[in-house]
Design a protein around this ligand. Structure first.
Ligand SMILES: [Zn+2]
Length: 506
């Protein structure tokens, strides 16, 4: 009689159930795996044979047929070792099948039978809970992560023999639980930044309203330093957000299984040589940088150096806050709710407008470089700030601004106002749909008149006008004002046109 146990595979950031059916046939001994196994799953047959022998059990001297279902889903990863081994032992009558059926199993086996950790333990635990399984059986090192999922029994074992003994009722594997509390937060602080008052304001506004941001300035003026401190002033991760971040990092293999819950908002800074698959994910259906930056910040330094196709590929996830990849296996959805911070030099050599160093670029080169800072993607960046090298006065006087804790307090208050206004469906002003902008941004007639004048002059398109209102709304929220005033719109225009005006002046 064939025996079935429950395994699973990762597709995107989700785990998908896979039935592992094992039958023993009275034919020449061999192991056959069917049901679209990837090479890593095909190799599992050899590992499992050694592991079963290594754990002290007999491997059946028959033909072992392993069928993975659904048959049309490609199965990848090494997590099938454990369900295949238990399936074979159940078919051979060494493990009670009804006990084995109660648990979802994942784990890689060494040739000696030790259980090794796999990617995505949290996603597997979530699946087991959704399927209504009694529990999940994982390698010892995955126990911390799997136990972050509440409401599911997590049992962990160091060795195949321990799993077999547990299923036979001869040994207990105590259920694991984990306190869900965020760990220590990053030590990066905004007070480390010297001077740059205007850029600090833009960073605060960006954090308060979830707006995208562009920094332009010569090398070494602190663009990366400022951007990397954005997560420290954003509201702390909620438990749900932290669980999502942990799950994505685990599926991508970027997290130590013992790491516990993610405590900081992600900050991803890919180099401009990144591939399209690396940015948006998809090659092996693993999450790309846009998903790794989910609930955090994607920082693109030297933005004009990123190839055009990469810059264009960011548009869809920025609009939809998710990324859908269509593959032969079906559609896979990756979460991608991130804030974009781009940084650029004023010209290829970086010294255009520098107080002491001359620019060596030709006008054509400069123009081509600036040209890459236009287009539909840049239109979606509402705050554009020019940075200047820190003056000797600021450096020598050691002039530092507020700490991240002070700024974060204002940001959290502004975000609370937004949440109250939008009823929890929209989390920030930047996410406000176009048709709701006018209503939500209760504006003073003078403020609207100023905006109207700019629109009539042709300085801004209607879309940009709406985006300006959203930034003005954030400025009002930071002040605790109910209405958007003339000053807020003026400041929003100033924060958007800083880069363009400055560069025209050169
Ligand atoms: Zn130059």
């Amino acid at each position: 009689m064939p025996c079935t146990v429950q395994g699973a595979t990762l597709v995107g950031v989700d785990a998908i159930p896979v039935g592992v059916e094992v039958d023993l046939l009275r034919r020449l001994p061999a192991v056959v795996v069917v049901g679209l196994p990837a090479p890593s799953v095909r190799e599992s047959a050899d590992r499992v044979r050694s592991a079963i022998l290594g754990a002290g059990y007999e491997f059946p001297k028959q033909r072992v047929v392993i069928s993975l279902s659904p048959a049309d889903l490609r199965k990848d990863g090494t997590g099938f070792d454990l369900p295949i081994a238990i399936g074979i032992l159940a078919a051979a009558g060494r493990v009670p099948e009804d006990r084995a059926r109660e648990y979802l199993m994942v784990g890689e086996l060494s040739l000696g039978g030790e259980l090794r950790p796999v990617r995505g333990a949290l996603a597997f635990a979530d699946l087991a809970k959704k399927m209504g399984m009694r529990g999940i059986l994982v390698p010892e090192r995955c126990a911390h992560e799997a136990a972050l999922m509440e409401g599911i029994e997590v049992r962990a074992a160091p060795h195949l023999a321990a799993v077999v003994e547990f299923l036979c009722g001869r040994r207990d594997l105590p259920p694991r639980s984990e306190t869900i509390a965020p760990g220590p937060t990053s030590s990066m602080d905004l007070k480390d930044v010297c001077g740059q008052i205007h850029a600090r304001l833009a960073l605060e506004v960006a954090a308060a309203g979830g707006h995208n941001l562009l920094f332009e300035g010569p090398p070494g003026c602190g663009k990366s330093m400022l951007a990397s401190r954005l997560p420290s002033i954003l509201p702390p991760l909620t438990i749900e957000e932290a669980l999502e971040c942990t799950r994505i990092q685990s599926v991508a293999g970027l997290r130590s299984p013992e790491g516990g819950l993610a405590s900081n908002r992600p900050f991803r800074a890919p180099h401009h040589s990144i591939s399209l698959a690396g940015l948006v994910g998809g090659a092996t259906l693993r999450p790309g940088e846009v998903s790794l930056a989910h609930h955090g910040v994607l920082f693109l330094d030297e933005f004009p150096e990123f190839p055009r196709n990469i810059r264009e590929a960011l548009r869809a996830p920025m609009e939809d806050r998710q990324l859908v990849i269509s593959r032969a296996e079906g559609r896979v959805c990756f979460p991608a709710r991130f804030m974009l911070v781009a940084a650029s030099n004023p010209c290829p050599c970086g010294y255009l407008g520098h107080p002491s160093r001359p620019c060596v670029c030709s006008p054509t080169l400069r123009e081509r470089y600036r040209g890459r800072l236009s287009g539909p993607l840049i239109d979606r960046i509402d705050l554009r700030v020019q940075l200047h090298p820190t003056s000797p006065h600021e450096l020598l006087q050691d002039i530092h601004g507020e700490s991240s804790t002070c700024v974060r307090k204002r940001v959290v208050e502004a975000r609370d106002r937004q949440r109250q206004r939008y009823g929890g469906l929209i989390s920030s002003n930047a996410e406000l749909p176009a048709e709701q902008v006018l209503n939500a941004c209760d504006s003073h007639p003078l403020a609207l008149a100023l905006l109207q004048k700019h629109l009539e002059d042709g300085a801004y398109s209607a879309r940009v006008g709406r985006r300006l209102l959203k930034v003005a709304r954030t400025l009002a929220d930071l002040e605790g004002a109910d209405r958007v005033g003339l000053g807020h719109v003026r400041m929003a225009i100033d924060l958007r046109s800083d880069v363009e005006e400055q560069s025209c002046a050169f």
